[in-house]
Design a protein around this ligand. Sequence first.
Ligand code: 8GP
Length: 821
Amino acid sequence: MATKKFNKKEFIREVKANVKALYRKNLEEATQQQLFQAVSYAVKDEIIENWLATQEQYEKDDPKYVYYMSMEFLMGRALGNNMINLTIYDDVKEALEEIGLDINVIEDQEPDAALGNGGLGRLAACFLDSLATLGYPAYGCGIRYRYGMFKQKIEDGYQVEVPDNWLKDGNPFELRRPEYAKEVKFGGYVRVEYDEKTGRNYYKQEGYQSVRAVPYDFPIVGYNNNIVNTLRIWDAEAISEFQLDSFDKGDYRKAVEQENLARNIVEVLYPNDNHYAGKELRLKQQYFFISASVQEAVAKYKKNHDDIRKFYEKATFQLNDTHPTVAVAELMRILLDEEGLTWDEAWEVTSKTCAYTNHTIMAEALEKWPIELFSRLLPRVYQIIEEINRRFVAQIEAKYPGDFEKVRKMAIIFDGQVKMAHLAIAAGYSVNGVAQLHTEILKHQELKDFYEMMPEKFNNKTNGITQRRFLLHGNPLLASWITDHIGDEWITDLPQLSKLKVYVDDPKAQQEFMNIKYQNKVRLAKYIQEHNGIEVDPRSIFDVQVKRLHEYKRQLLNILHVMYLYNQIKDHPEMDFYPRTFIFGAKAAAGYRRAKLTIKLINSVADVINNDASIKNKLKVVFIEDYRVSNAEWIFAAADVSEQISTASKEASGTGNMKFMLNGAPTLGTMDGANVEIVEEVGKENAFIFGLSADEVINYEQNGGYHPENIFNSDQDIRRVLMQLINGEYAPDDPERFREIYDSLLNTKSSDRADTYFILADFRSYADAQKRVEEAYRDEAGWAKMAMLNTACSGKFTSDRTIQQYVDEIWHLKKETVKVK
Ligand code: 8GP
């Protein structure tokens, strides 16, 4: 590969010059944060050449682009990843050492770019990494939130949300691009004008408010290939530089409103995962970044193409869940009202451009906007959706004459609501789920009617993760051990890891592998000591559940089981018990009361157990504060056991499961989401599977017959644990504190079915699986083999594979190569 040679001297000179230019300081005077900035600007300099070369090459080749449209990009830190992908990490490390700087300390200054909640946002980030690495022309399109995902503090065991002012020290990697600013209009009304010459109606939005969308570009560095793609995220500014409508001239009130609109629109990321809150501002955010992105995609195309009817040959929009689906109507609007296409022409372009990914079957995540709100905010876009709906309903009626049920279930506008998923499916050329099981559930349950009407649109794309961040950067010891044994091709060809299989029975390899795990556990133990003040023993089993806090993910099952183990140990102090450290990390949506109470429960149980000297450190419980991408990299590297215990059918895929597997932690999980495929790859004997199947869960949900109170009455261990929720065992100051959780499991008073997520149903089989974990761990060689096999069999779960499938089966892009001069 013709990558430019790294020049250490030059790099050091540049770091020093940056410190001087930016802060008027020399190295010794600069703070670590200032040094981070100086180093980042020097690394950015390494990127810029490639970025220019890539754009030049694309310009020349005129390729088709994918626009990955997403409300969320959970990027994490950029510096380390950029150095890794430029293959200058070790060089920079050396250079910094020479001037007395520690690369880890420098990296640690960078705030995470936390422009996302969880799985969906992190997937988008992994996809950008893979697109650049595989050489596919792509833009990420999103929002430059002033405040990303909140920072989590734990105070008195409770989650406290602290604003994430991630831009406060400046962001060295971003580039403001005012030359690409766009106007985005909200509200007002639509005036129709008939033009006699053309015989057409023209639609004009008037009396609106608008904001100026200004893009910021982030480089997305491909691994060792000179390619640098772009993540383009939009900021909002007051419109001042645009002329107000003559109609509005001098309207001071309106000018102030437009200021406020701009200020509010990109202020903050909504902290909901798998949940739709239906707030007006959220719809504004959606239309804001979509309108700007679609305008830009069309403008880019028109720069060197005349026929807008061929737009889809050069652009495809992947809609990351329903949040960006308004793109369908916005593209129609531009094609109809600004480009003058007929409806049929515009529809052909749109339906060949848009594709939709579904990320959840959780009913509470379904986006439906009240007509009143939608049409008031986006009057012209709403008209277009009405027409799309009218035509779609006619199609349904033609296919199923007289079957009003079908219309009721499938219409885009129904019961006073605009249903965004229906719009995306009706208009898109592809609908995909994110794991085999999830796609099957979509086809045969959630989206059954749509699948029956248009089966050709449906397909599966099992998620993946980037090994560059989650192994090469996050676990350098294991990465170099792997490279020593099988070479370094795994970095861009993960299935190569299967070559490790020849080592799984080799005692020396086993020992080395487990020793690396141990060192990573020491690193995490140190982090926990520093951040939580809890001492954990790296020789204990690190049993980890890190992910967003949600009832369906069942952190509650995990902590109830810990309470059960604690009872056992207290009752039988002589019992043989392999020491365990249960590690949790999870943010709860700020308004999700029960999830927040679960965090309090975990911390309360931790307090009691960690301070009980009588159990001789057999059990420890740790809740890691502010779980995020940067500390996740260390956590995955240090895990022995990967807890993936969602109620079967509820976790669309999961991606954390894959990161654990890659780092050699077997899955303790249900047959849900991508766990199914993980087990397929590694073999059932190298995972710990338990619980109801998706079919069993769905069957209970549809036909009833589940009675958690019977389990409560007949199983005294479970009953005892549940009673401890309400007898003050973990809340002596307020025994009623956890009543809500107790009630959620047993009480049918509320409208919900008791134990919605089948925790009691799965408890025993979970406890048994945990027992099997302990037995397996005692067998050192056996465990080492199992851990190594997990790494060796994780090749399928690279996002490089996922992206290649999107390219081959949905987007049809051509690979680019870039040489630097
Ligand atoms: C998540 C799914 O829950 C997870 O299983 C999957 O791995 C991930 O998407 C990536 O496909 N879904 C969401 O994060 C989600 O639906 N979030 C939206 C409500 C924001």
